[in-house]
Each structure stands twice: as C-alpha cells, then as structure tokens.
Write a protein that binds this ligand. Structure first.
Ligand SMILES: Nc1nc2c(ncn2[C@@H]2O[C@H](COP(=O)(O)OP(=O)(O)OP(=O)(O)O)[C@@H](O)[C@H]2O)c(=O)[nH]1
Ligand SMILES: [Mg+2]
Length: 299
C-alpha cells in the first residue's frame, strides 16, 4: 500500500477543482464558471486496493486585494509546501503568459516532483494547446538550481482525456507506506463545511457581477437524524444592496438558491434535507478580521 499528498495549484478558473473531482470520480469540491470559487484548501481522498492519493485542491493564485484574498493566498501557499507531488494546472484555452512561466519556475525551485496539466483540451483544440506545450519545453530541463517539469499532460475534465494517464504518473510518485485516512473517507472536511460550500456554489451559480464574490456562509445548525438532516444557514453579504439582490423579488432568488442547495445536499449526504436560509449583512466583511473568523476564514 503506497500513499502520498498531491497539491493541485494554478490560476483561478483553470479547472483545479474539476480535475480533483474527476481524478477521484466523486464530486468533492465545488465548481463554477466564476474565478475564485475555491477559498480553502480542501483534501480529496482516493483509496484503492493498492494506493491512497490525498489530493489538495487549492484556491487559484492572484495578487490579493482583500483580507479574504490574503487568506486564500496563504491557503494555496501552505498547501503546496506540505505535499509530495505538485500538479500545476493551466487552462488550454488561454494564452500562456510570462506570469504562468514565472509561477512554474518558482514552484520548480521547491524541487518536488512536478507535473504540468494543460486542461480543457476539449474546448481548446490542438491549435491552442500546441503553442503552450512548446513554451513549456525549456522547463523540462533543469536550470539555475531549480528542478524540471517531469511530464506535461493535456487533459479534459469534460471528456476525460488523459485523466487515467495522469493518475498513472501520480501513482508512480507515491512513496509513503501509511494509510492516512480510513477506507471510505472522501475528504478531510466536515459535513458542516460541505453543506456550506454547496450553498455557496449555488449562490455563485445564480448571482451575477460582484454580488457572489462578497458572499460567505455560516452554518448555524446541522442536526443529523437517521433519515434526514436539518440545516440552518446564513448567507452573509457585504452590502445592504447585495442583500436585496440575494433575496430577490418577493423572495424569488433566495428560494432558487435554497432549492438548488437542498437538492445538492441530498445528493451528497444521501438523506432528506430540510434547509432554512437567512440573509445577513456584514459590511465589508472581506476586509475585517473578526468577520472573516466568524465565516471560518482564519489562519
Ligand atoms: N471545457 C472545459 N471546461 C472545464 C474543464 N475543466 C473545468 N472546466 C470548467 O472551468 C470552470 C472552472 O472550473 P473549476 O474546477 O471551478 O476551476 P478552479 O481552477 O478550481 O477555479 P478556482 O477555484 O476559482 O481557482 C468551470 O466552469 C468548469 O466546468 C475542461 O476540461 N473542459
Ligand atoms: Mg476551485
């Protein structure tokens, strides 16, 4: 039995969370078309007869503009430090930038086994992926004391291209001989955290512009019974105007978020869910330490 920790890192929206879900074959992390969906490092665990892979999904890296952004950036950095393998994810539909190059160089200096994934090949096609591969090729060689990329793998989380190939490479990097988690564990995160993420995912999907980015979730009640779960949650927004939008005309928006989140929770927990949502305002919470702590963004 071999095991190891594998961090998935890269820019926002490239498909890190989608990739983790696809590698494990279960929906662990939330995924939306909006950048900066993931805010915390989340472990996803894949256990088979011969190995245990512990993936660490991380927030997309950006220059932080708020205290929340700083927290996300620390989460991403810390996650990439304490692992055995790095998977740097790029978006194949986007042009490869100097910033991408520098980011990879910096990570190669850590001298961990490092793989680069060029994701979204289904949408990008060969003509967009090929120039990225050629720009990456100098990084396949060691230079200036830094390590080198071990392999570059074009993938698609939509049609599954090369997911098995990537998993195979990662298996070859596992060296620990411990089971870190018992069989059947899919994540290190509590069900409370998971249901909060599901509410946030639906809010991100249904709300527009800057409103969804200013949303945080507090789970006030999580009561599990034999066949059902009762959840009470606050949707916290950062302005009174946002609260009106989250509630919607005659409560139409909050109702949609609630129904969609309840279905998502039932799927995930395999139980009937009763969900009650409240909307609160915490003025400018993304820049206030005490509010951030209340919302679980601490450390
Ligand atoms: N066409 C296509 N879309 C993809 C693929 N992988 C992910 N996506 C889409 O890209 C968007 C972002 O995916 P995420 O998995 O949330 O990306 P992320 O890197 O975790 O983003 P952050 O958490 O914001 O850093 C979503 O709309 C996904 O459905 C892919 O292989 N092909
Ligand atoms: Mg993500």
């Amino acid at each position: 039995m071999k095991s190891g920790f594998i961090a998935l890192i890269g820019q926002p929206n490239v498909g890190k969370s989608s990739l983790m879900n696809r590698l494990i074959g279960e929906k662990i992390s939330i995924v939306t078309p909006k950048p900066q969906t993931t805010r915390d490092a989340v472990r996803g665990i894949l256990t088979t007869d011969s190995y245990q892979m512990i993936f660490v999904d991380t927030p997309g890296v950006l220059v932080p503009k708020t205290e929340l952004g700083k927290y996300m950036s620390r989460e991403a950095d810390a996650a990439a430090r304490d692992v055995d393998v790095l998977v740097i994810v790029l978006d194949g539909t986007r042009r490869f930038s100097q910033r991408d190059y520098e980011f990879i160089e910096k990570k190669l200096a850590l001298r961990l086994p490092t793989y680069v994934v060029v994701n979204k090949t289904d949408e990008a096609g060969f003509e967009k992926v090929y120039p990225i591969l050629s720009k990456l090729s100098p990084l396949m060689e060691e230079s200036g004391g830094r390590g080198r990329i071990k392999e570059i793998i074009p993938t698609s989380c939509v049609d599954g291209t090369n997911i098995d190939v990537l998993r195979g490479y990662l298996e070859s990097e596992l060296t620990d001989e411990v089971m870190y988690y018992p069989d059947g564990y899919l994540t290190d995160r509590s069900e409370r955290f998971v249901v909060g993420e599901i509410v946030r995912e639906k809010a991100l999907l249904l709300l527009q512009d800057e409103v969804p980015h200013g949303i945080g979730i507090v789970i006030n009640t999580f009561e599990e019974k034999k066949e059902s779960v009762y959840v009470e949650a606050d949707i916290v927004c950062e302005k009174a105007g946002h609260k009106r939008i989250v509630i919607g005309d005659g409560g139409s928006m909050i109702k949609r978020i609630g129904e969609s989140a309840r279905r998502g929770m039932e799927e995930r927990l395999g139980k009937r869910v009763y969900l009650k949502l409240f909307v609160k305002v915490r003025e400018g919470w993304r820049n206030k330490k005490n509010y951030l702590r209340d919302l679980g963004y601490e450390g």
